[in-house]
Design a protein around this ligand. Structure first.
Ligand SMILES: [Zn+2]
Length: 407
């Protein structure tokens, strides 16, 4: 891997690409601010998507289009039989329509909701495309650039789910998301989220005593959920995040509900936990009904709100080793951070090599109105991703692709 990278790094065009990405820094920041100003909540990314598509077209990518769910795609083709690598950043933010996302600058810092997550990732992709144009590097494999929808929250990775359902020949995936040009996430924390609602007739606390209560049923469930046992390794967690229900102190509750979040780094453990959880939810309905034996019954309604699959892969995968070399090549110390919930969850769970890599620059207060971005040395982000891409897809007349074709 090291010698392979030394050959790539010694090439004049590759050196020029790395240099260019530093020169392009101000351009990238300008685009980052422009894109950030276009509001783009999950499920409502169309405006930002259309703008991003125009930027892909202006840069001369091939086959630029928006797919059925709103992902924006464009590519640089290789020689037809090389591996296909997707490089993505997400178009959506957690901020609702109407949030002021214009960028304010103070003491060299940028302030705006979404300025880092993931607007910076989107801007880095544009800079990387310019580096390919500037250097004239011809990849052996295909590089498919993507601004994907619905990474955040209830978006539930809808964009990447659609991408991998539709296109079965992708051999690798890099999501530019997260802070720090030196970070790599290579495992997928899966999560299942539920809304559970108990419903009955309800009634007066005194007059209708004997009627099953939605809140009592919910309470039975929560008590047992609290006692569930999960492994520490692979890390597996659960929480009843919020509860609501009832109307008054002197009424038997007609409805009661809870939002529940379950996570694991192992799909097997996640499914086991989910099975136990659903059993409790059903049992509690039954127990509350049996307690009173009233002709009116409580009924439970189960809604799956989120489903992000878990998975892991070897640290020896070329996509990880190549990115480690790329990070070292720009003088940083790689940090393999393990598991998180990112767009890479979908390919990882399908057995397709995938990682999430950090953006350049520093950012913080992410997912809040106080989100900030420090652009100092932010070009490290695109520099390292550019080198990783070049290593993975190979360069005509210079290097073979490190990424394997899966079939
Ligand atoms: Zn993000």
């Amino acid at each position: 891997m090291k010698s392979h990278f030394d050959k790539i790094l010694g090439d004049e065009r590759v050196k020029r690409g790395v240099e260019f990405l530093k020169e392009d820094h101000e351009n990238t920041l300008k685009e980052q601010k422009e894109i950030c100003a276009i509001s783009s909540p999950s499920f409502q990314e169309e405006l930002r998507g259309k703008d991003y598509m125009k930027r892909f077209q202006d840069l001369g990518l091939e086959d630029v289009h928006m797919d059925e769910v709103g992902n924006v795609l464009g590519k640089i083709s290789g020689n037809q039989n090389g591996p296909k690598l997707v490089v993505a950043a997400h178009l959506d933010t957690v901020f609702p329509q109407g949030t002021d996302t214009t960028v304010k600058e103070k003491d060299g810092y940028f302030y705006a909701p979404g300025i880092g997550d993931d607007t910076r990732g989107l801007a880095e992709i544009l800079s990387i495309i310019r580096a390919f144009k500037e250097t004239g590097i011809k990849p052996v494999g295909d590089v498919i650039f993507c601004g994907n929808v619905c990474e955040e929250g209830l978006g539930d990775l809808r964009g990447t789910k659609h991408l991998f359902q539709k296109q079965k020949d992708i051999d690798g995936f890099i999501s530019i998301d997260g802070t720090g040009a030196d970070t790599i996430i290579h495992e997928a924390t899966g999560s299942h989220r539920y809304k559970i609602t108990y419903r009955g007739l309800g009634g007066h606390s005194f007059k209708d005593f004997g009627m099953p209560s939605a809140i009592h049923a919910l309470g039975r469930a929560i008590g047992k959920i609290g006692d569930l046992k999960v492994p520490e390794d692979p890390r597996t967690t659960f929480t009843v995040g919020t509860v609501e229900g009832g109307t008054s102190v002197n009424a038997i509750a007609a409805t009661a509900s809870m939002y529940v979040d379950m996570r694991s780094n192992s799909e097997e453990e996640l499914l086991k936990l989910e099975k136990d959880f659903l059993k409790i939810v059903k049992e509690s309905e039954e127990e509350e009904n049996n307690r009173w034996n009233h002709e009116e019954k409580i009924k439970v309604n189960i809604e799956l709100l989120g489903n992000r699959p878990a998975g892991s892969q070897s640290e020896k995968e070329p996509i990880i080793e190549a990115t480690v070399e790329a990070i070292k090549a720009i003088g940083l110390e790689p940090k393999i951070k393990g598991a998180a919930s990112t767009d890479a969850n979908i390919p990882i769970s399908l057995g397709i090599p995938a990682i999430a890599v950090g953006r350049g620059g520093m950012s913080g207060e992410i997912h809040t109105l106080k989100e900030w971005f420090d652009p100092k040395d932010a070009y490290y982000g695109p520099q390292k991703t550019f080198l990783a891409i070049v290593g993975l897809v190979g360069v005509k007349n210079l290097s073979e692709p490190l990424l394997r074709k899966r079939k």
